[in-house]
Design a protein around this ligand. Sequence first.
Ligand code: 2AM
Ligand code: CA
Length: 258
Amino acid sequence: MQFDMREIAGVVKSAGALLFDTRAAGEITVKGRADFVTQVDLNLQERIKRELFRRYPAVQFMGEEQDNSGLDPAGAVWILDPVDGTTNLIHHYNQSAVSLGLYEKGVGLAGVIYQPFTDELFCAAKGCGAFLNGKPIRVSKTPTLAESLVAVGTNPYCKQAAPGNFAAFQRVFEACQDIRRSGSAALDLAYVACGRLDAYFEQNLKPWDYAAGMVLLKEAGGQVTDYEGKPPSLWKNSDLVAGNGKIEPELYRLLRKG
Ligand code: 2AM
Ligand code: CA
C-alpha cells in the first residue's frame, strides 16, 4: 500500500503532546494487576485513529484500548499503543512513548515511536532505513554479551512468572556489563535500534508493544525474535528478544537455561 511517512510521523508527533496532560493522566482505570489505562491513553488512541482513518480509510486499526477481534490478517493494519509506559506516566517518570506500526499481510511497512518528554521521533519505513529526528540510526557493533548493556522487562502483569524471570535477569546480569529497566517496551526497542542498548528481552508482550519497534530494528540492522529465535506474532502475546544481530546466541542460551 502507498503511505506518506512524513504524514504518519506528523500524526503521531502532534498527538504525543497529549502526554503532557497531567490532569488526564490522573484519571486512571485499573485493567488488571499492575495494568492501568488513563484518560490520556484513551484520548490519544481516539485522536490517532480518527486522523489515520481520515487519510487511509481502507486500512484496519488495532489499538491497545479497544476490542481487536474481527481484524483480517490478510489486509493492511495500523497497530497502535497510544501510551507505551502507562505506569511511568502515572508516576510522572517521563519515560513513555506513542508507538505506531503499519503492517500488510504480516509484513512491517512502517514504524513510528515518539517520546515527547525528550522530543525524540524514531521512524522507519521498509527498505528506507531507520531515523531518529531525521538522522539515520544503526544498532551497536558490540560483539559480545560481556561488553553489552541489556534492558530487561519484568512482565509486571504476571507476578507468578517472577521467579523464572528474575533468575534469567541474574544469569544475564552476571554475563553482561549491566542491565536496565525502563518500563516502556517501545522505547527499549528504539534504544536498541539506535545503539544506546545492545539488547532487550521481556516475556509476554502484546503486539502493540513491539509492532513499530520490529520495523525500526529491522531497518537499523538489528533483529527481533521470540526466545526461540522465531518471528514474534502480530496476533497474540509473544516473548521478545531484540538485539544487534551479534549477541543473540549468547542471550538465547542464557534465557533457555531456566
Ligand atoms: P503499557 O505501558 O502500554 O501498558 C512493561 O513491562 C511493558 O509491558 C510496557 O511496554 C507495557 O506497555 C507492556 N504491557 C502493558 N500491559 C501489558 C499486558 N497486559 N501484557 C503484556 N504487556 C503489557
Ligand atoms: Ca499502552
